[in-house]
Design a protein around this ligand. Structure first.
Ligand SMILES: Cc1cc2nc3c(=O)[nH]c(=O)nc-3n(C[C@H](O)[C@H](O)[C@H](O)COP(=O)(O)OP(=O)(O)OC[C@H]3O[C@@H](n4cnc5c(N)ncnc54)[C@H](O)[C@@H]3O)c2cc1C
Length: 258
């Protein structure tokens, strides 16, 4: 069952701010902060659905999935937050260009099973590419995560360029050893920035890395997720139950509001 077909409440929310991250006009990311009229609950790692007018037929409404980038306790205090990559020619992209503080948006909440499920005493490895950082950040900053008895925690975050990194420093602040994989090979970088892809960083982990005592939380584009899962399973014998993944797949064109 697709997420659009489940009945969820629609919340009217007021935009507080839109901050843009990046320098390349074709690869910008919006940090959209908003306040619902009635606060809603969600679990760290879950996503919401944002109503977007169809740019070719403004009377028709579309829905797009976006992960919360803060946990609920921060959202209620400082604002709910989404981290949205502007897709070239995209419907949501066109809407974001027009949005300004004070505007009202409609959000359906909450969806998804990309949530914390690690048992005490295990390690966690967060792997995200692009805006796949959003649900990982929501989990990492949550009270639930802070209270966990972890063996260790690491994060590997992949971007094309250094300038595209949103939320730099946030994972380190909660004790996660973080590496940024920057795929632009012309960038001159020092640790914790690494020239390559997230799979290259994984390949360079020490041979005694506790592969099977670790839970892997993967989020971002489907190709990265496929490659990482294959590596974890075939090279390191990681079992399915220790891999939690969410691919940011494009939406099927739908105006269904459920
Ligand atoms: C569970 C879930 C959570 C998500 N969370 C986030 C999030 O936190 N942040 C975020 O930026 N995105 C997220 N997405 C992706 C998001 O829902 C949209 O697909 C994306 O923002 C593009 O919407 P659009 O209306 O601008 O583009 P559209 O008008 O839908 O598409 C424009 C063009 O871009 C292509 N396209 C659309 N999406 C993608 C994609 N993901 N990869 C490659 N090509 C694509 C389309 O095929 C089309 O050619 C999530 C998706 C899912 C399923």
């Amino acid at each position: 069952m697709g997420f659009q077909s489940m009945a969820h409440r629609i919340y009217r929310c007021q935009v507080q701010s839109i901050k843009w991250v990046g320098v390349d006009p074709k690869a910008m990311t919006a940090i959209l902060r908003f306040k619902p009229q009635v606060p809603f609950e969600f679990e760290a790692g879950q996503f919401v659905s944002l109503q977007v007018p169809d740019k070719d037929n403004p009377r028709e409404m579309l829905w797009r999935a976006y992960s919360m980038s803060v946990p609920v306790e921060i959202a209620k205090k400082h604002g709910y937050e989404l981290c949205i990559r502007k897709m070239n020619g995209g419907q949501a992209a066109a809407y974001l260009d027009r949005l300004k503080p004070g505007d009202w948006i409609n959000v359906k909440a909450s969806y998804g099973e990309f949530t914390l499920r690690t048992k005490p005493g295990r390690g966690v490895c967060f792997i995200g590419t692009g805006t796949g950082v959003a649900p990982l950040r929501s989990i990492a900053l949550s009270r639930e995560f802070a209270e966990m008895d972890l063996l260790f925690g690491i994060a590997i975050l992949g971007y094309r360029t250094f300038e595209e990194v949103p939320y730099a420093g946030d994972f380190e602040r909660v004790g996660l050893a973080t590496t940024y994989a920057i795929s632009d090979s012309t960038a001159k970088l020092d640790f914790p920035f690494y020239n390559g892809r997230v799979t290259d960083v994984l390949k360079r982990l020490k041979t005694d890395f506790p592969w099977r005592e670790t839970d892997y939380y993967l989020c971002g584009n489907g190709f990265m997720i496929r490659d990482v899962i294959q590596m974890l399973k075939t090279s390191h014998g990681v079992k399915d139950e220790h891999i939690i993944a969410e691919a940011f797949a494009p939406a099927a064109k739908t105006s269904e509001a459920a």
